[in-house]
Ligand binder design. Sequence first.
Ligand SMILES: C[S@@+](CC[C@H](N)C(=O)[O-])C[C@H]1O[C@@H](n2cnc3c(N)ncnc32)[C@H](O)[C@@H]1O
Length: 275
Amino acid sequence: MPVITLLSPDASPGSAALARIAKAATDTLGIAPDRCWVTWQRLDRDAAYRPQWQGDGPYPPIGFVTCKASYPAALVGDLLRAVQGELAAVLGIPGSDIYLAVRRGIEGELLVRDEIWNGDDVPAVTAQPVAHVVGGREEVFDDAWDGVEAVIRLDGSRFGPEALYGLADFSHLEVVFQFDRVPLSKIETGARHPRGNTEWPLVGIFAQRGKNRPNRIGVSRCKLHRVDGLDIHVSGLDAVAGSPVLDIKPYMAEFGPRGTVRQPAWTEEIMRDYY
Ligand SMILES: C[S@@+](CC[C@H](N)C(=O)[O-])C[C@H]1O[C@@H](n2cnc3c(N)ncnc32)[C@H](O)[C@@H]1O
């Protein structure tokens, strides 16, 4: 529920232009368009000290973006850049002339629709990556992962090599990672054709393993080659370079499925060239 307040000596560009700015914000956050408000406040130039507002206009606005304190910094950065970019396009001025500051809405301190906002209905789960994928494939591409070699590098500020003692006795790993390159605006909460291919059935996001899923979590089983200090050398990990790794577990056959595995025909087609 961001609230964007823009200050300028110039007249408002109009509500349609402000709606475009709101849409850039809600698309970035992956929330409904009516969850953002944008207001334009006209200031007397003499009532503000801003050197860029001396001389002839147009005057680049300054603004405040009020949003939840629970949004991670990277998301707030995306939000600021989206608002700045759209505002620059609407006003026809360089984005670098626009200053935006963030105000964080704290639970219990914000009045929203006549109620004090006490957090979201669904509590946010936050997690710090334990490692990152280094090397391997740079581009998001869907097939031929088997030969791709990469390193999972543990966060040295939190872990030492002892966190990996014994891991090299296993042949395979189970790695939980985040599809961090999926923009929030592309997240699917309903059904879609896998890979957008209409020859495959329309299936719910939880009946497929596509990357555009609500929490953008991937689970990959890969081959473990060796452990070297904080580096785990692997192949067949279908996470691109830079992916944040949330957990690493040794693969144990007993945790695999018990009983016969059943799956629809389209999955065999989609997986034909995957590894
Ligand atoms: C279909 S998903 C399956 C991932 C995992 N095996 C699973 O089942 O959860 C894998 C695809 O996600 C894409 N991908 C990998 N890392 C990504 C990242 N950090 N951000 C966005 N997409 C990524 C790649 O194109 C890869 O083919």
